[in-house]
Design a protein around this ligand. Structure first.
Ligand code: NAI
Length: 249
């Protein structure tokens, strides 16, 4: 039997093949949870799970923008550790930056489908499973972004979805409280992951200059807050939007 504050819990983490999702899998496993590393990129999810070991982690292919894919992921996830996950982390996300006047409809739709609709689908399907299995405590953690409040030019699609995630989180927290399921979101600043690797160096330098801590964040620094929200240490935190930005506004 694993020890740690999350012993006996199963976590389902999307976007687990990279960046914040991968770091989250590591820290939830460190705290004793069994982890399902889910990603559209199965190979990347397998790398995450293999690092943690077969007894503590399993990989799953999922496309969060597809209801069918998410629905079958619920059954597959329960089968992995014979238990519905009571921790769900919606970390899958994409950017398709571009100025509004030139933004192809496709880039708007793709970002919406993964970031906002994907969060909806995973939350809805996995919350149903938690409620059916009468999990005594559930925790759903969504990844918004400080961009929801900074509203950078060139990110109309991304900013709108991440602002949507905050409202979605609040509504879900109000609807699920009676089932013992808490729903919170995190607004990371600029975190050193493949998503930010494509941001031009000039922009990254400006961000670092504006950040009171004078540096980018590390994925583990977001994952630590996710691990806190997953655990009963945060038992009375519900419907919150927590900025983890090094002070960047
Ligand atoms: P990343 O690009 O390193 O990883 C994202 C992962 O999501 C990838 O493994 C990708 O394969 C997966 N993914 C993409 N579309 C998917 C789909 N349809 N179904 C399943 N998986 C899919 O990104 P990072 O940096 O780890 O970001 C994680 C979350 O945190 C995202 O929601 C992002 O918007 C958010 N965030 C990230 C920030 C940063 O500075 N890195 C800042 C604020 C928010």
């Amino acid at each position: 039997m694993a020890s740690g504050i999350l012993a006996g819990r199963v976590a389902f983490v999307t976007g687990a093949g990279s960046g914040i999702g991968r770091a989250t899998c590591r820290l939830l496993a460190r705290d004793g949870a069994k982890v399902i590393a889910a990603d559209r990129n199965l190979q990347a999810a397998k790398e995450t799970a293999n690092e943690l070991g077969n007894d503590r982690a399993a990989a799953l292919e999922v496309d969060v923008s597809s209801a069918q894919s998410v629905q079958s992921a619920v059954g597959d996830a329960i089968a992995k550790f014979q238990q519905a996950p009571s921790i769900v982390v919606n970390s899958a996300g994409i950017t398709r930056d571009g100025y509004l006047l030139k933004m192809p409809e496709r880039d708007y739709d793709d970002v919406y489908s993964v970031n906002l609709k994907g969060t909806f689908l995973v939350t809805q399907h996995f919350a149903k499973a938690m409620i059916e299995q009468q999990q005594p405590r559930g925790s759903i953690i969504n990844l918004s972004s400080i961009v929801a409040r900074m509203n950078n030019v060139g990110q109309a699609n991304y900013a709108a979805t991440k602002a949507g995630v905050i409202s979605f989180t609040e509504v879900a927290s109000k609807e699920f409280g009676k089932f013992g399921i808490r729903v919170n979101c995190i607004l990371p600043g600029y975190i050193d992951t493949p998503m930010v690797a494509v941001v031009p160096d000039k922009i990254k330098q400006q961000v670092v200059q504006r950040c009171p801590l004078g540096r980018l964040g590390q994925p583990e620094e977001i994952a630590e807050v996710i691990a806190f929200l997953a655990s009963e240490k945060s038992a009375y935190v519900n419907g919150a939007a927590i900025e983890v930005t090094g002070g960047l506004k």
